[in-house]
Write a protein that binds this ligand. Structure first.
Ligand SMILES: Nc1nc2c(ncn2[C@@H]2O[C@H](COP(=O)(O)OP(=O)(O)OP(=O)(O)O)[C@@H](O)[C@H]2O)c(=O)[nH]1
Ligand SMILES: [Mg+2]
Length: 327
């Protein structure tokens, strides 16, 4: 099971204290205390693997090392190493102490979670004409420490939604390299799956049922994964006695979760059409078109219907690669 919401405590390293030391060599008396090193920072860095938050299931306390103390002979303490936490692209970072939000949107992007403290200056630094043997030094400053909530919100171009068992995973597997589990019973998919259709990322999320927004089934946990998806493909089974009712059930749950989900570009597909007489398919499409003019039949066994989907996906892909120049 993918961990997609976890709170951790990050503690950056403290800066090392500056040193107080004096040269024992009688010919070169004077202060020789070096500066302390800086404490390690803690960063998050984007990677493609969706399951990277699993690493925090049992390891919720992340601590970077403190900077080294300053040394004798005017040698500075070493800075300590940064900790870089790999998180899936699409991870939203909530700083629960500062009440700020950030996010990691692409692979290799680094976001600072906690800054390490600065090393203090040693007594060498405080020498002057009037004070040739200063005992002053600075303490290193404290590293930042925060409670951070990491929340994965997938960044997919197209999200497949619908009631359970309508063929979402089958379609994802048909169009992409994904190997989402398919079976003839509801709730086969228990966590999101992604697949790539050329430059587009398609997300398959667990089926939604009535009451999902109140926590029924698995859907609610995953609705947030379509919050940032631009286009939704809403699948409704042709075998349903009332496809319009199914459509409205899912839309009602989406609305309760976040009304803005309803504003997304939406295409409706009447799935498993091969299981139903063509006359019935026609009638059901007609009813659905009254709600959304972009309603089409779909069967993974009928290549024309897949061609329709591919044409739509190609349009979305072209718009993504070359955004229309409005000037
Ligand atoms: N005849 C026919 N069966 C299909 C078609 N698409 C999917 N199925 C079957 O429908 C069943 C459910 O398919 P899934 O792809 O697992 O459905 P899902 O919407 O992902 O289901 P959940 O993960 O439970 O929400 C499987 O037995 C599929 O083989 C289709 O176009 N025609
Ligand atoms: Mg599925």
């Amino acid at each position: 099971m993918i961990v997609d919401d976890v709170t951790i405590r990050v503690q950056a390293g403290n800066g090392g204290d500056g040193a107080v030391a004096f040269n024992k060599n009688l010919l070169q008396l004077g202060p020789v205390g070096g500066n302390g090193g800086d404490g390690g920072n803690v960063y998050a860095e984007g990677v493609a693997e969706l399951d990277m938050l699993n690493q925090f299931r049992f390891k919720k306390d992340i601590r970077a090392a403190d900077g080294e103390r300053g040394k004798r002979q005017n040698k500075n303490g070493l800075d300590s190493e940064d900790i870089i936490l790999k998180v899936p692209v699409g991870t939203v970072i909530h700083n629960l102490i500062l009440k700020t939000d950030g996010e990691v949107t692409h692979i290799g992007e680094r976001v600072l979670l906690a800054k390490g403290g600065m090393g203090g200056r040693g007594n060498f630094h405080f020498r002057s004409a009037t004070n040739q043997s200063p005992k002053q030094f600075e303490k290193g400053t404290l590293g930042q420490s925060f409670d951070i909530r990491l929340e994965l919100k997938l960044i997919a171009d197209v999200g497949l939604i619908g009631l359970p068992n309508v063929g979402k995973s089958t379609l994802l597997n048909e169009l992409t390299n994904a190997k989402s589990k398919v079976a003839s019973y509801p709730f086969t998919t228990i966590e999101p799956n992604l697949g790539a259709y050329y430059e587009l990322v398609i997300a398959d999320i667990p089926g939604l049922i009535e009451g999902a927004s109140q926590g029924k089934g698995l859907g609610i946990k995953f609705l947030r994964h379509i919050e940032r998806t631009k286009t939704l493909f809403h699948l409704i089974s042709a075998e349903s006695p009332d496809p319009v009712f199914d459509y409205q059930t899912v839309r009602a749950e989406m609305k309760m979760h976040n009304p803005r989900l309803l504003d997304k570009d939406e295409y409706v597909f009447l799935s498993k059409c091969d299981n139903v007489a063509s006359k019935e398919v026609e009638q059901k499409i007609k009813l659905l078109k009254k709600i959304n003019p972009h309603a089409y039949p779909l069967s993974v066994l009928e290549s024309e219907t897949l061609d329709t989907i591919k044409t739509i996906l190609n349009k979305i892909k072209d718009a993504k690669i070359a955004p229309i120049d409005k000037e």
